[in-house]
Design a protein around this ligand. Structure first.
Ligand SMILES: [Mg+2]
Length: 209
């Protein structure tokens, strides 16, 4: 049995939607915090970055719709996975407000685990329902899903592009990587398949029997 766990921002979307939202609502202010990402972890990075944002829920949704661009090969890959009985799930260090909204707009029904945002007028408060109790680095523990699916008897392929994808990539049975994750895999000497999009993932899964 095969399963696929995938990142959302910059992996299913062409560019990182959370980063596009930060750029839209804070200008370059978030970049100073982003430079500390590898040192302070994703959870603290996110909290500090979105603390700078002044935007209502509706403004976030409108901006996400305008800025987000889906990898056009993802729906085709999803259909392929369904036909072949391969479960696909999303793990994300973004947050539910825009992620759920975008998937619904694109007509995609994929289970996801991500951080939770509460809005108080134009302030955003993030919380972390899928955090690992023993690790403070990430909001959503992506590795938990890889381990849980493996414990359920699956061989797990992981797809990602960022710093928060390295833990699950180190645990997965097969890794598809681009951008920062590809660089981190090289650094950790983690075998991986470099990808441009889900067309490459589909070819890789097809030959992984
Ligand atoms: Mg990403």
């Amino acid at each position: 049995m095969r399963a696929v766990v995938t990142d959302f921002d910059g992996t299913i979307t062409k560019r990182d939607v959370a980063e596009l939202l930060l750029q839209e609502f804070t200008g370059d202010a978030w970049l100073e915090i982003e430079r500390e990402h590898a040192r302070i972890g994703t959870r603290e990075t996110l909290v500090r970055e979105f603390d700078l944002v002044r935007a209502t829920r509706l403004q976030i949704l409108a901006a996400a719709e305008r800025l987000a661009e889906i990898d056009p090969t993802f729906p085709t890959f999803l259909a392929y996975a369904r036909r072949n009985g391969i479960p696909v799930e999303i793990v994300s260090e973004g947050f539910d407000t825009y992620l759920g909204h975008l998937l619904a707009r694109w007509g995609l029904d994929v289970p996801f685990r991500t951080n939770h945002a509460e809005f108080d007028d134009d302030r955003i408060e993030l919380s972390f329902p899928y955090a690992d109790a023993t690790c403070t680095l990430c909001g959503t523990c992506k590795m938990d899903r890889v381990l849980a699916l493996r414990a359920a008897g699956y061989r797990v392929a992981y797809v990602g592009n960022g710093i928060s994808d390295i833990c699950p990539a180190l645990e997965a049975d097969l890794v598809f990587a681009k951008d920062d994750l590809a660089a981190l895999c090289r650094k950790h000497e983690r075998e991986h398949i470099p990808i441009r999009d889900f067309g490459d993932v589909q070819r890789g899964i097809a030959s992984w029997q």
